[in-house]
Design a binder for this molecule. Structure first.
Ligand code: IPE
Ligand code: IPE
Ligand code: MG
Length: 244
């Protein structure tokens, strides 16, 4: 099975292996049009489809999308309900798109905190795309970078207590391996839309040397061309990792 590519695909010298995205600005997009916030989220779901397809076309290996944070549970219950049912609907609809484009779905975060309907549909889509060998799309749902670190610390402490691990074996690799992203390369590029200049508790450990791309574009207006703009910017960066 192959990923569909379009004839207008730009050539990039370097393709990041792992791109992470803080998809922000759905509410402001809706507000500026005097629409309910949920309309912004619906348009945001379209932007997800375009971005995922563009990443697959460019042969990015991993794309991690921040879809819902642990802190987002503090939003009004009507918005949370709307977001959760949109999630189920979108996962159902995208199953075909993902399979057609050889994309495998995975999820990170406190997935057990999601409503049963979301959890069930998520597992269904993950299973139905598990055989795909192209892009791995990772949805961060009920995700918190700090909670992820706390959970890793607890697992490591328990292993020491059981005698399966020595304290001296707790090193950077051991911590990385015990995060939800264990086994994945750290993101090479982090995109945040809507002009905010903060991390909002996303992948705190993993982005220590990630290149940042911040754009004013609101998430529902993001898509194929915007994704390519981010890759163009990435291609102009000189990554030094502390050396000269
Ligand atoms: C991002 O858009 C989507 C989620 C956090 C679920 P927002 O809903 O945060 O939109 P703004 O930031 O209010 O514009
Ligand atoms: C970050 O956006 C979380 C997601 C994109 C899912 P927020 O809109 O929740 O972040 P803050 O509150 O502006 O920092
Ligand atoms: Mg926001």
């Amino acid at each position: 099975m192959k990923t569909e590519t379009r004839s207008d695909l730009p050539v990039f010298e370097r393709i990041p292996r792992h791109v992470a995205v803080i998809m922000d600005g759905n509410g402001r997009w809706a507000k500026s049009r005097k629409l309910p916030r949920l309309e912004g989220h619906k348009r945001g779901a379209k932007a997800v489809e375009e971005t995922v397809k563009a990443a697959a076309e460019c042969q990015v290996e991993f794309l991690t999308l921040y879809a819902f944070s642990v802190e987002n549970w503090t939003r009004p219950s009507s918005e949370i309900k709307g977001l959760m049912s949109l999630l189920v609907q979108t996962l159902k609809q995208y199953e075909k798109v993902l399979n057609k484009n050889n994309i495998r779905l995975q999820a990170i975060g406190r997935l057990m905190d999601l409503p049963e309907t979301v959890h069930r549909q998520l597992q269904k889509t993950i299973t139905s795309t598990a055989h795909n060998t192209g892009l791995t799309l990772i949805l961060a749902l009920s995700y918190s970078g700090r909670v992820e670190l706390v959970e890793a610390a607890r697992t490591l402490a328990e292993k020491v207590r059981q005698g399966d691990l020595k304290t001296s074996q707790i090193n950077e690799k051991a911590i990385s391996d015990h995060l939800y992203t264990g086994g994945l390369p750290d993101p090479d590029l982090l995109i945040r839309t809507s002009g905010e200049m903060r991390l909002s508790n996303f992948l705190l450990w993993q982005i220590s040397y990630t290149e940042l791309y911040l754009t004013q574009v609101l998430w529902p207006d993001f898509g194929r061309e915007e994704f390519f703009n981010a890759l163009r910017s990435y291609n102009q960066r000189q990554r030094r990792f502390g050396t000269v």
